[in-house]
Design a protein around this ligand. Structure first.
Ligand SMILES: Nc1ncnc2c1ncn2[C@@H]1O[C@H](COP(=O)(O)OP(=O)(O)OP(=O)(O)O)[C@@H](O)[C@H]1O
Ligand SMILES: [Mg+2]
Length: 407
């Protein structure tokens, strides 16, 4: 009887309360106060209920009971009315209007919670994205710091080699000239001594000529000097390539010949490619000079070439081949690096640009080469880099660079 969820009350047939539980008291007392009409059952009205008469063991009314003060307060409850001799027992189960209000509040709260959940999820996604971006930036920074250090080292080494190289070249050149003059003097002396054909001087000259194998010396010394100068020229070229690679003395964005960048990269990667038995072929179309960052692009070419060499080595068939093609397309230039290495499965292919993704043994690959290349080509040049591959057959990397660089 004391529960508030159910309102129970006994009333006289003209509506006077005789007994009420807390639920009924709350229902009827809700709006009582000075100057206010009391809350009472308005529909069905007491006269109507009183007229219903006795119904034995069934309620005389079952349905919605409206309580109110005929002005502002109105409650509609599901309930029933029983006739107990001269009294009416009213049982009201729950307030329909209140329930609807509570239900609508609950559903409003629910949708608020759903909205909050949605915004939480999207915030979480945004956070995850920023975290990924931060990680990628960190990777870039670490790598570019490393490349910076490597570039400085290369430039430093190149600079250090450059000075001694210059005087070794000049000395060998002078040595060659001195030797030629020495030889000429010797031959003149020889010629002066010989015409007589006899005497000590002539005999001495003849003996000397045979002893020193003059003819051989003349040819050999010339070849030696030529060969040495050739070797030194190659060292000089390597030093120049190192400097080009390090790009110490050039502005970042410049009008540049891609072929030059590629060849300087090839000069650096060449020995490694050759020692892996990889034959590199160029099928190069005439390309316009491009506004780009040649040092950075050199790095991309290096990454792609080293990957190709590693893939060929991994396949281990001994006749590795990399074909580099360049095409001049309407709005961009396209470079293709095709190898006949181990190739990639679709699963690997889908992840090659992910930071730290590598299939190489620990210590051999950091999984950054293509991440960096992607950043350089796509972010710095507005180009594209993509790959296709058949496992066991080979892979082709295609890089396109727009002819107009925006930034
Ligand atoms: N030409 C290729 N042939 C076959 N697989 C390749 C080729 N190029 C890249 N891959 C695959 O893509 C992966 C990622 O290459 P990426 O250059 O980013 O990293 P990595 O070479 O493993 O390490 P590093 O940071 O030293 O370059 C490689 O581990 C390899 O599995
Ligand atoms: Mg790599």
């Amino acid at each position: 009887m004391d529960a508030t969820a159910v309102a129970v009350g006994v009333f006289t047939t003209d509506g006077a309360p005789r007994l009420e539980n807390r639920g009924m008291r709350r229902l009827l007392g809700g709006a009582s106060g000075p100057g206010r009409a009391p809350v009472r059952l308005v529909s069905p009205g007491f006269p109507q209920l009183a007229a219903a008469g006795q119904r034995g063991d069934a309620p005389i009314y079952r349905g919605i009971l409206h309580f109110g003060d005929l002005r502002s307060v109105a409650h509609s409850l599901r309930g029933e009315v029983w006739r107990l001799d001269d009294d009416l027992l009213i049982l009201a189960e729950f307030d329909v209007v209140e329930l609807e209000r509570v239900l609508s509040e609950v559903s409003a709260l629910n949708s608020k919670i759903t909205n909050l959940q949605r915004s939480l999820v999207s915030e979480q996604k945004a956070l995850e994205r920023s975290l990924d971006e931060l990680r990628a930036t960190q990777v870039m920074l670490v790598h570019s710091e490393k490349m910076n250090a490597l570039g400085k080292l290369a430039a430093g080494v190149a600079h250090e080699i450059n000075n001694p190289l210059a005087f070794v070249r000049s000395n060998v050149h002078t040595l060659g000239e001195s030797f030629a003059r020495l030889l000429a003097a010797y031959e003149a002396l020889d010629a002066a001594a010989l015409p007589g054909g006899s005497g000590d001087m002539a005999a001495l000259a003849r003996a000397l000529r045979e002893e020193t194998d003059l003819e051989f010396l003349r040819e050999d010394a010339g070849d030696l000097v030529k060969g040495t100068l050739g070797g030194l020229a190659r060292v000089q070229k390597i030093v120049e390539d190192l400097r080009t690679f390090a790009r110490l003395d050039q502005a970042e964005v410049e009008l540049s010949d891609l072929r030059e960048s590629l060849e300087s990269t090839l000069a650096i990667a060449g020995p490694a490619l050759k020692s892996d038995g990889v034959q590199v072929t160029l099928e190069w179309a005439e390309l316009p000079r491009l506004r780009c960052k040649p040092a950075e692009l050199g790095q991309v070419f290096l990454n792609v070439l080293i990957n190709a060499a590693q893939a060929v080595e991994c396949r281990g068939h001994g006749n590795g081949r990399v074909v580099i093609r360049a095409r001049d397309e309407e709005r961009c230039v396209a470079l293709e690096f095709e190898d006949n290495g181990a190739g990639m499965t679709p699963d690997v292919l889908g992840r090659i640009f992910d930071p730290f993704f590598t299939t190489k043994p620990v210590g051999q690959g950091t999984g950054l080469g293509l991440t960096i290349s992607h950043k350089i080509v796509v972010d710095q040049h507005g180009g594209t880099i993509s790959a296709r591959s058949t496992p066991g057959v080979g892979s082709t990397f295609t890089i396109t660079l727009p002819k107009e660089l925006d930034s």
